[in-house]
Design a protein around this ligand. Structure first.
Ligand code: SF4
Length: 217
């Protein structure tokens, strides 16, 4: 299984440059600023990456440090964030995260899973994205795409993010962990979509048992 999993990862990695980058990768590559990566990742749930990128850029034009963001008026922040949905919750999370960084980390983004997950609005998935993207620390962020594709490919049977994360950590050597989220998210957004995956054009079709897939294109 390990050999097959590595082959699959290698094939998907070659496909990855065809697709748009996740918003966290975009901000890491263009700014090398872990605070911007963190804030854009907190803003990203249930929003399209393109929209999160637009809104995050609009925010960073006005305020791009924890101190500047906490000074924004509630209505001002909500207005900027409005178009990505859940704007009240997301604005609150952004402000709480900034206050926490100012109070406990001298406005710096911490570099450990334990410290990251103490930040309001930051769960294990976001923390693992930050570790991998910003600090080059081996970590696997498990979202819905990573979970669904891992099950379809027969990598895992478990259906909780933590169990999937642990199973993938056992399956892949640690020097591959950082790639897994990126390539599986790109594959999930474009080919192995949650509903009706595009199996007929899938580059890893011959390696995939298609577990749990009833209808596909
Ligand atoms: S063959 Fe189908 S189910 Fe398997 S990875 Fe490709 S798109 Fe997904």
């Amino acid at each position: 299984m390990e050999e097959k999993a590595l082959k699959i990862l290698e094939i998907l990695k070659k496909e990855y440059p065809k697709y748009n980058k996740p918003v966290s990768t975009y901000f890491q590559d263009t700014t090398n600023n872990s605070f911007k990566v963190l804030i854009s990742t907190i803003l990203s749930p249930r929003a399209k990456d393109s929209q999160t990128e637009k809104v995050s850029k609009a925010l960073f034009e006005i305020a791009d440090t924890p101190e500047q963001i906490v000074k924004l008026k509630e209505e001002q922040l909500e207005k900027i964030v409005y178009s990505i949905g859940f704007y009240k919750v997301k604005s609150k999370r952004v402000k709480q995260a900034c206050l926490y960084l100012i109070k406990y980390h001298k406005s710096e983004v911490p570099k450990s899973l334990e410290e990251l997950t103490k930040i309001p609005g930051v769960g294990r998935k976001v923390a693992n994205i930050i570790l991998a993207e910003c600090f080059n620390i081996p970590a696997i962020a498990v979202d819905t795409h990573v979970m669904t594709i891992s099950i379809r490919l027969g990598f895992v049977k478990k259906r909780t993010p933590l169990k999937v994360e642990k199973a993938l950590m056992n399956l892949f050597p640690s020097n591959k962990w950082k790639e897994i989220n990126k390539v599986l998210v790109a594959h999930g957004q474009n080919i192995c979509t949650p509903l009706y995956p595009k199996c007929s054009v899938c580059p890893i079709y011959s390696y995939c048992p298609r577990n749990g897939v009833n209808k596909h294109r």
